[in-house]
Write a protein that binds this ligand. Structure first.
Ligand code: HEM
Length: 394
């Protein structure tokens, strides 16, 4: 569409009209400046029948804001610094596992290995839970979290279901998550909450933040006109936990897999990255700690170029909350219209990234990055409703 000189376009998703902003200033308005009119993702949510669907990605309006406002504390750089030891020990386990696998000369399902590694790292650092998915392929938590999504047919079906209006799905009590997965996660969370209460454990991690949301009601000034947020129920707590296990798996494991693919294809890039890591390691006594990580700039460029070329979640969905006159145009986006900001379109725009199919980490030197406009690189979306892990990416 941009090649035709259009600033915006449209399509149909089934019978639903979809607005596609192309002009970068309009994208910024939708994601950032006029966010209050485009807060929600518009995905199917039915907390009564399908409690796990009530997770942060699906939550809407005030309830989303209430839960979301507490989460960033779990992702701060000081928290990350504290988690370096546990990340280091799980990474050593990964290296050993891969060495053993390589020696056996058998094909490796690398995405699955990296997925289990990611779940171990996120669980240990965010929740203080040892999941041991890397050690044990049949770890129960992993089986439950992936049971449904590993079946391609179920994933396809759940995408097609989005074509059906939400009120019809609610009328037919449609549920995305099977009962056994829902029950497993509700029990799992109830046990963690009880255990922390009995043993008086306080780690100030994501688990504690979610438990606080269950136990405490934040008093909002009556004058602000907002209703008082209710404490989270155990089911709502479980929905958030389940999302965090899922979110880390597909996104991070997928990105690491694509990065390995490109590094295997371009040995010069691989060698340059390895040399940089070795040089930094030699300055930090062989330990890749938090400070060392801030110095591996080329590695950071490789990650960014991978996120550009392979944007997991290739669109950023939004719903227009009230009629929105598009600035500098005679058009209005009608209330209820679905908006799709296409990350893929932005990341493959030759105006920002010449020869976009080429894998070139040098697009992300700090000098080159400052030449591109705002919203030209959006792997995590943009504030306020960006990915919660965005702040961990340099
Ligand atoms: C390569 C890694 C990742 C990528 C590329 C990624 C990308 C994204 C994107 C594009 C969104 C939607 C943003 C929007 O609508 O504007 C999102 C949302 C989200 N992500 Fe990630 N993500 C990654 C890793 C993670 C990890 C490791 C976690 C947590 C453990 C996580 C948790 C979430 C959550 C909770 C949301 C919903 C935020 C909200 O609606 O307020 N993501 N992510």
């Amino acid at each position: 569409m941009k090649a035709k000189g259009w600033d915006m376009g449209g399509a149909y998703f089934g019978s639903k009209p979809v607005f596609i902003p192309i002009d970068n200033k309009l994208i910024k308005k939708i994601l950032v400046t006029d966010f209050s009119n485009f807060r929600n993702h518009g995905f199917y949510i039915n907390e009564k029948i399908d409690p796990l669907s009530g997770h942060l990605f699906n939550l809407e309006s005030i309830k989303w804001k209430h839960v979301r406002s507490k989460i960033p504390a779990a992702f701060s750089s000081s928290k990350l610094r504290n988690h370096m030891d546990v990340m280091d020990s799980i990474t050593k386990l990964l290296v050993n596992r891969l060495k053993n696998m390589a020696e056996s000369q058998l094909p490796i399902d690398i995405k699955s290995v990296l997925g289990r590694f990611t779940v171990d790292v996120t669980s240990a650092s965010l929740f203080g839970i040892e999941t041991e998915c890397l050690k044990n392929k049949n770890a129960e938590l992993m089986k439950q979290a992936r049971a449904f999504f590993d079946i391609q047919l179920c994933r396809l079906f759940n995408t097609l279901v989005l074509l059906i209006p939400r009120n019809i799905l609610i009328f037919f009590n449609y549920r995305v998550f099977p009962t056994h997965v829902t029950d497993y996660f509700i029990n799992f969370c109830a046990n963690i909450k009880a255990q922390r209460a009995v043993e008086k454990i306080r780690r100030n991690d994501l688990t504690d933040i979610l438990i606080d949301l269950c136990d405490k009601i934040k008093i909002v000034s009556v004058n602000s006109g907002n209703s008082l947020p209710e404490p989270l129920t155990i089911k709502e707590f479980a929905a958030q936990m389940h999302l965090f296990f899922e979110a880390g798996y597909e996104t991070s494991a997928g990105t690491q897999t694509f990065a390995l693919y490109e590094l295997a294809a371009y040995l010069d890039i691989q060698n340059r990255m390895r040399n940089e890591i070795n040089t930094v390691l030699s300055r930090f006594n062989g330990v890749l700690d938090y400070d060392a990580i801030t110095e591996v700039n080329y590695l950071d460029q490789v990650v960014k170029e991978t996120l550009r070329k392979y944007p997991v979640l290739p669109i950023l969905p939004r719903v227009c909350e009230s009629d929105y006159p598009i600035p500098d145009s005679k058009l209005t986006i009608e209330k209820g219209t679905l908006i799709m900001v296409t990350k893929l379109g932005i990341h493959y725009d030759p105006e920002y990234y010449p020869d976009p199919k080429r894998f070139d980490p040098d697009r992300f030197t700090s000098e080159n990055m400052t030449k591109r406009p705002f919203c030209s690189f959006v792997p995590f979306g943009d504030v306020p409703r960006c990915c919660v892990s965005k702040m961990l990416c340099r």
